[in-house]
Every structure is written in C-alpha cells, then in structure tokens.
Design a binder for this molecule. Sequence first.
Ligand SMILES: Cc1cc2nc3c(=O)[nH]c(=O)nc-3n(C[C@H](O)[C@H](O)[C@H](O)COP(=O)(O)OP(=O)(O)OC[C@H]3O[C@@H](n4cnc5c(N)ncnc54)[C@H](O)[C@@H]3O)c2cc1C
Length: 467
Amino acid sequence: MTGRTIATDYLIMGGGASGIAFADSLLTDSDATMVIVDRHHRPGGHWNDAYPFVRLHQPSSSYGVNSAPLGTGAIDEIGLNAGFEELASGQEVLSHYDRVMRQRFLPSGRVQWFPTSEVVEGNVIRSLLSGERIRVDPARFVDATHSKMLVPSTTRPSYDVSPDATCVPLNDLPRVAHHFDEYVVIGAGKTGMDACIWLLENGADPAAIRWIMARDSWVLNRANFQPSDGGFARMCRSIADQVEAIALAESLDDVFARLEASGELMRFDPTVEPEAYHCAILSDGEMAELRRIEGVVRLGRVTSIEADRIELDDGAIPTGPTTLHVDCSAAGIPTRPATTVFDGDRITLQWVRTCQPTFSAAMIGFVEARFDDDAVKNRICNPIVPPTVPRDWLRMMRVELDNRNCWNDYPEIGDWMAASRLDPFNKRARTLLGVDAEATEHVGRYLANVVPAIAQLDRFLAQPAAT
Ligand SMILES: Cc1cc2nc3c(=O)[nH]c(=O)nc-3n(C[C@H](O)[C@H](O)[C@H](O)COP(=O)(O)OP(=O)(O)OC[C@H]3O[C@@H](n4cnc5c(N)ncnc54)[C@H](O)[C@@H]3O)c2cc1C
C-alpha cells in the first residue's frame, strides 16, 4: 500500500457499458465525484475482448451513454441489416467510450479513471502492472460487474480438445478460416449465429458448415426495435402485440405461438421447440441466411473433440484435420440471482428494462442523483434477471410491467425518459402519440390489455416450470 487514500463520493468497480452509463448520469444530474476502476486498459468492458467482426445487435442510436450519440442513426442500405438502423461495430462502441472518457469524464475534474487495475478487499485499487495499492474512501460503492459477462476469448471451453484437432475462439476465425475446408461452429447463441453469418458472408459453402445446436433459441426480431420516427408505429405495435399475446393466450405455449405469429419472436426451425432465450436479436435477412445451413447437429453439448470425431451428450459425429472447430460456447450473460439495487452504501447495477443494460444503468444513475429514499429508489429500480429459457421472457415481462407502472407515478422519471436517447419510445411518444393514428391505435390496444396481461402472467408463472 502506498499509504495514499482517495476520498470520493462513488467508487465504481467496472468501466464497462454499465459502469460508464451510470457515471454519465451522475455527471449530468449531480455534482458528485467518482473513481472508476477496470481491469481492462480502456473503458468498454467485454467489448475489449470481442471478435473483430462483432456488431451491436440493436441499433446504435439507443446504446451507450445518454450524453453522447453513438453513430448517426443512418439506415443501412445494403447487407443483411438493410432497411434498419445502423449497428455499431465493436471498434465504434469502444471509440464511443474512449471519447466519453477523454472528452467528458476526465475534463470534468470529477472523475478519476484507473485502467488496468482492480478493486480488491472492497475499497482498495490494485494496479495490475505495478501492484501499487491505493485505498479509496468512498461514500458509496457501485458494483458494475454484476453481469459477469462471459465471452469466448476469455472463457475456456468446458469440453476437452485433442492436440490433433484445431479449435479456436471465434475471435481467430478471420485469421485462420482460409486454412480449412470445413467448419464446425460450437454454440447456437448470438456469437454462434455471428460466426455462421461471418462464414456465409465470406463465401463459405453452407454445406461446409456444421452447427452444433445443443438447444434452439427464440430470437427477437430487429424489425420491432427501430428507434427512428419511421419505426415508432411498429414499436407501438410490438408492445401492444406482446401484452395482447399474454392477455389472450390460453397456455404458456399459446403465448409463444402468438408472439411468433405476430413477428415478435423468431426461431431457426419452426418444427423445433426452442429451449433457450437470451435476448439475441436478428433481422429477417440474417435468419434467412442462417437457414441456408442444413448441417445442424442436435445431439446435446460437445463433451470432447478428438482427432477424428466430436463427442456430444447424445452421440458422436466425424471430424478431421481439415475441419476448423469454432468455439462459441461461452454463456454470454449468465443468469445470476437479483440483488437489491440500492442497499445502504452499496449500489449494484442490474437491468431495470429487459435486455437493456445501458438504459438500465443510466436510469439507476439518474435515480441515485435525484431521489433520497432507498425504498423509493428500489421501487423504481426493480431488478430484472437476464433470461436463459423461454419462460424467462414472461418472467422478465412481469417485472418490467411493474416497473413501467411505477415509473408512471414519478413525473421526473417520465421527463428523464422522454429526454433520453437511450429510450427511443418515450422520447417519441410525447410528440407522435395522437398525431400518428396507427401508433395511437396500438397504444390503445396496449392499454386495454396490460391489466389482463399482468393477471395472466401471474397465472402462467405460478405453473410448474415443466409446463
Ligand atoms: C457479442 C455481443 C453483442 C452484444 N450486443 C448487445 C446489444 O446490441 N445491445 C445490448 O444492450 N447489449 C448487448 N450485449 C450485451 C452486453 O454485454 C452489454 O451491452 C454490456 O456491454 C455489458 O456491460 P457491463 O458493464 O455490464 O459488463 P462488462 O462489459 O463485462 O464490464 C464489466 C467490467 O468490470 C471489470 N471488472 C470485473 N471485476 C473487476 C474488479 N474486481 N475490479 C475492477 N474491474 C473489474 C471487467 O474488467 C469489465 O471490464 C452484447 C454482448 C455481446 C457478447
């Protein structure tokens, strides 16, 4: 320990998307000082470890920090996202956070940034390079690491790989793909989908790809999340369709049948019942591209890759030296129990809106800045545990509907959302509702169904998980 102690209002452990969005709100809405610490050498968290062809799954215009735009909101004219708002590349996401740190946070004089460092023993910053230790005396500690993201480049696969087989994280795919004749993509989450799409877009023969799909997933349809003015009516239709599907459904299965019929959710193979759901988002074009792959292997999880075969839970398939195995098996956002967001001197950043970590962290920052009573703050920021299985779509919706109702009770929350670039819905609702007849009709349908939907959700969620 150097003997040096820093006094600050907030010690923020984690400079990923959540920690930075939270700090950004505090900078805007309070005069607090803060210390941000991260093991990475620049802000952006796991985006620093992402594969070279990664892109946001959602439009850039509603990701990042509230105070600065990400991208221009341009509509892609070519490619599998054509017709939809641009999706920032990993480098663009990192540049966004780098600019925010250099041009806003540090010049403010209120933020101290400790890269390549970690928080140990609760309030000590330890440099990963020099080992220097600095004690921090914070009024409040902010855990911005709760998501515990797992990405392939930093997570060892759970299966064994023979020294005679080649298996790489998808980060290495562009570098080595051309040395191989065939590809086995292991994992059917969003990174597995991205690996398959990269192979297809770069000219691989679909017949040369085998895709290990331990579980099929429900996938969100990007068409429903287009924040531009032109996408507003469709967004309204989407929220109305969601509550209507729940309110009118006769069973849990019927909810998903209705969500699929309305174009809310998609699945790779309409004959296979999905067993997973992780908030992955695809365009119709991307889904059509993926469906060109016929070599889907549904034999459970890989247990080992040998020189001549891949062993799975329910069988084995052949492989060989000219096959590249691409590991996409990391869990992404693991499901961890929720914890109270505001707990005395400790704040734990979690989702308060489904699948929206940056909106959620920004809102928690605003609530921290503007409200005093922890009970009120926790009522506004009821945490939503990320999903794993399809039923979690309903569980998350139940908490989100409670949160939406609660937010209506606080005009300052409504004003914040209406001004927030991270909340395209409320921003447009104030100007377009009543003017855009189609959107207004959908919102009427939402309001007519939301109370019955809550009752139905309680009924469905009380049923045993197996049904
Ligand atoms: C391929 C991919 C695409 C995605 N696309 C989207 C999208 O389109 N939209 C969306 O909303 N979400 C998307 N996500 C989800 C994404 O994870 C979140 O948007 C967000 O980046 C999570 O940020 P975070 O800050 O919660 O976690 P992280 O990025 O994991 O940041 C946590 C940070 O805490 C640091 N840390 C941990 N322990 C310590 C310690 N003791 N001391 C100091 N630092 C510590 C870590 O080094 C890390 O940098 C995507 C995820 C992936 C993998």
